[in-house]
Design a protein around this ligand. Structure first.
Ligand SMILES: NC(=O)c1ccc[n+]([C@@H]2O[C@H](COP(=O)([O-])OP(=O)(O)OC[C@H]3O[C@@H](n4cnc5c(N)ncnc54)[C@H](O)[C@@H]3O)[C@@H](O)[C@H]2O)c1
Length: 348
């Protein structure tokens, strides 16, 4: 089998510290992969004005099986233009419409809720990734005056809504899940989320073995804290998915533990930890590398390397059980030490 080709963009801040640990973990599995690093970041932008080269997205699709990205965002670039062009660029231009975020509690000690065991927090959020308010269609009028108007349009297409809902049902079917819940605000956003309601009912009809259900997103936030056990697969729009996955990350031990994939089945997809560049932590060897390491595991599974994915997940589980963790997760080790321990464990 030809090695899988992975483009690596560590990016900014703690991205530069956690991604090398994710790469170590993959190498420790002996997976047949080839990494190529790209320096797309705030440093590069400040040096020569490049956010992503003109052919960047097409080159990723042409030459790579997947991309592994750290985080983008740097206080030296207040507009965050580089982050927007690289990260949202990949999601939009490569049409990575499914943002898949597994929420799995690895050990009771990591959960801020009392008496909550790993089997109580084990669900996946499927977030629409190419539409909604994130398309940034809108404008301002009479800016800077007391009469200022600011508008951002919420874009929902039939095609976009249908494909993400179908992705959620397919995901449930392929992962042995029995329930798909859609979260929206159709009581208020009657037009946009009325479309989600209609399409959800139609698509659910094609999957009789899977139980569809619905909650308004505010009620879902309450249930995620009160009774996360009832959740299996959640499908929602871009904005709500962004927000609820930070709450979900807290249930699994914090942003440093959370992994995600930006997927278009059959195309070059991009994998990144849920967290950002955490500028205040950067350079201190303090960032939790587990979110990035689990992200790399997810990428391997997506590329058909299930055994290697399992090895990484077992290494992470061992680190959690033996408390080989950074301080945010209740340990006293640094980023490199946690990553090194996990890589060693994977090598066996
Ligand atoms: N996907 C991305 O690249 C992405 C996502 C979110 C934010 N950002 C950018 O990152 C920058 C910082 O944003 P923010 O502060 O809102 O979010 P953040 O995720 O960087 O940090 C939020 C909080 O979580 C903590 N945290 C995050 N990751 C951690 C880790 N691995 N280990 C331990 N603690 C961790 C941080 O210290 C901070 O207290 C901004 O420029 C923002 O635009 C990028």
């Amino acid at each position: 089998m030809n090695p899988k080709r992975i483009a690596v963009v560590a990016g900014d801040g703690i991205g530069k510290e956690v991604i090398p640990q994710a790469v170590h973990a993959v190498r420790a599995t002996g997976a047949a992969v080839e990494f190529t690093e790209f320096d797309w970041s705030a440093d590069r932008y400040l040096r020569d004005g490049t956010t992503i080269p003109p052919d960047g997205f097409a080159m990723l699709e042409r030459e790579f099986d997947a991309a592994l990205v750290g985080a983008l965002g740097d206080p030296r670039v207040p507009s965050n233009i580089h982050a927007k062009e690289i990260l949202l660029g990949m999601r939009f231009r490569m049409d990575l419409y499914a943002n898949v975020r597994p929420v799995k509690l690895l050990d009771e000690s990591l959960c801020p809720l009392k008496n909550t065991r790993p089997e109580d927090v084990n669900f996946t959020v499927i977030r629409e990734n190419t539409e909604g308010i994130y398309v940034d269609v809108g404008g301002t009028f009479k800016q800077g005056t007391p009469d200022e108007i600011a508008i951002n349009e919420d874009v929902n297409t039939r095609k976009g809504v249908e494909r993400i809902i179908r992705y959620a049902f397919e995901y449930a079917q392929q992962n042995g899940r029995k329930r798909v819940l859609m979260a929206d605000k159709s009581n208020v956003l009657t037009h946009a989320h009325g479309l989600w309601q209609r399409v959800f009912k139609e698509v659910a009809g094609e999957y009789p073995a899977i139980q569809p259900s619905h909650m308004y997103v505010d009620a879902l936030c309450l249930q995620m804290v009160r009774e996360p056990r009832q959740l299996e697969v959640i499908v929602t729009n871009n904005m709500f998915g962004d927000i609820i996955t930070d709450l979900a990350a807290a249930l699994q031990g914090g942003l440093g533990m959370a992994a995600s994939g930006n997927i278009h089945p059959g195309k070059t997809s991009m994998f990144e930890p849920v967290h950002g560049s955490a500028p205040q932590l950067a350079g201190k060897n303090a960032a939790n590398p587990i979110g990035a390491i689990l992200t790399a595991a997810m990428m391997l599974e997506h590329l058909g390397l299930k055994q290697e994915c399992d090895h990484i997940e077992q290494g992470v589980l061992a680190a959690v059980r033996e408390r080989k963790l950074t301080t945010d997760a209740g340990g006293n080790l640094g980023t490199r030490e946690v990553g090194g321990w996990i890589a060693q464990r994977i090598r066996g």
